[in-house]
Write a protein that binds this ligand. Sequence first.
Ligand SMILES: O=C(O)[C@@H](O)C(=O)COP(=O)(O)O
Ligand code: ZN
Length: 214
Amino acid sequence: MSAHTDEKAARALLVRTARSLFTRSLTHGSTGNLSVRLADGTLLLTPTGSSLGTVEETDLSRTDLTGRHLDGPRPTKEAFLHAAFYRARPTAHAVVHLHSTHAAAVSCLADLNPADALPPLTAYYAMRVGTLPLLPYHAPGDSSLEPLAERTARDHHAVLLANHGPVVAGASLEQAADAIEELEETAKLHLLLRGHATRPLTPEQAAALAPTFS
Ligand SMILES: O=C(O)[C@@H](O)C(=O)COP(=O)(O)O
Ligand SMILES: [Zn+2]
């Protein structure tokens, strides 16, 4: 499924995906947030302060494309970031933000390349993520990040928030979740390989596999 056209099905998928990510420890406590874009252009998002392990279908928030709250409980404090991704990427129908441990650890490293925070270690990473710009540290919910996030998202479906964690958009929620999981696994490999001589894919090998979806 690409566009999330049926709201009831979209609510069920969002909650199922949130639970799956949480129960596999891809985010913890009340961290992380998910959203989908519905056929009418509004966004369904997890509410602020909720745990992805217990959020319910009836408890989702709705905003417009500017992040303005329309109905349901108060949305995630990152609603502005989700909305920025949807405005920048008309083909994106889902956005996932996690505090997955290894990606969060990488986001705290000194001397990261701000244009691409992780090397293309494996073909699957090159296919699912490609390049990963680092957005400079802002406190969670600080909407002054919005213009930079929107500009960056025009050319990249995945970003890493410094000292925080990843944000990934996809043509569907399944795609966004798949890509953010791959990002987490590659962050883990990257940390495992620190201090070891490593051969990432060449730029040509990575470019040949670069993702073409949103
Ligand atoms: O790190 C944060 O505080 C937020 O980015 C987050 O992950 C959870 O915030 P809410 O979605 O507002 O609960
Ligand atoms: Zn967060």
